[in-house]
Design a binder for this molecule. Structure first.
Ligand SMILES: [Zn+2]
Length: 270
């Protein structure tokens, strides 16, 4: 096993922009935990309370999911959580100017060096996720010379299939093997069609924190393969994260890129 690179990232800051509680942990819990562990300030802008997610009724979710998000944020070392109250599932129908104002406000407040959000596939083509990809890209493009770097995240293709199949062989997962992951029946939807990454982050020693953060979202993962799987196996399966440099925003190497392994262009084309 390689020794983990542990640079001092104090003085740097990262803003993650996502749609629902749990996106941050599932998509980039490893990167967020590593950045905060190395001293960077990590903030999260989450657009909805996820009240229409799978699980119990809306009234319970609207209370439970913000609490779960705070718990996940604590596990990942996210210092600031801004939780907006746009209606879950409705982001594509909200005036783009409203969403962009929220994003600009957060960038102004936290002055991040790096913004991370969904890639254009929205992890699994969720319309709220795809909308935020577009809106964040538009805001960062409009900031000109003052723009932070922008990195897109996607789920590595096949990871959720691996999680489901591992659960099928895990004695601790009896009865949980066929439950849909985060309400998605087709595990292959995650990452299928995602653009090829150019940066790969290994969560390394932070992978266990990623799993714990994900499992903090009890209302969403209880009874699924993500919840029942042996913890070290889950950390191994979920510990690799894929990122891509946006064509807009600050160019050059972002501070968070030092935690990543670049993917050679020749490999991306195959
Ligand atoms: Zn989501």
């Amino acid at each position: 096993m390689h020794a983990e690179f542990t640079p001092d990232l104090s003085g740097h800051s990262l803003l993650a922009v996502f749609a629902h509680p749990d996106d941050e942990s599932l998509a980039c819990g490893g990167l967020l935990a590593r950045c905060s562990e190395q001293g960077a300030r990590v903030a999260l802008l989450c657009f909805t309370r996820g009240e229409h997610g799978p699980g119990p009724d809306r009234e319970r979710l609207i209370d439970a999911r913000p609490r779960e998000l705070q718990e996940a944020a604590r596990v990942l070392g996210i210092q600031d959580v801004v939780l907006l109250e746009h209606e879950d599932g409705m982001l594509p129908w909200i005036d783009p100017a409203t969403l962009e104002r929220d994003i600009r406000d957060a960038i102004q407040r936290f002055e991040p060096d790096v913004v991370v959000t969904f890639d254009e596939d929205g992890l699994y083509w969720h319309p709220d996720h795809v909308t935020l990809h577009d809106r964040v890209t538009s805001v960062v493009a409009g900031l000109g010379a003052a723009a932070p770097a922008l990195r897109y995240v996607s789920v590595p293709e096949g990871v959720m299939r691996d999680v489901v199949e591992a659960a099928a062989h895990d004695a601790g997962c009896h009865g949980s093997r066929s439950a849909p992951i985060l309400g998605i029946e087709d595990a292959d939807a995650f990452g299928s069609g995602a653009p090829a990454p150019d940066l790969i982050v290994e969560a390394g020693s932070c992978a266990a924190r990623k799993v714990t953060a994900l499992r903090s979202h009890r209302s969403q993962v209880a009874g699924t393969a993500l919840d029942c799987l042996d913890e070290s196996l889950a950390a191994r399966l979920l510990g690799t994260e894929h990122y891509r440099r946006a064509k807009v925003g600050a160019t050059g190497t972002a501070f968070s890129d030092c935690l990543a392994t670049p993917v050679a262009a020749s490999r991306r084309q195959t």
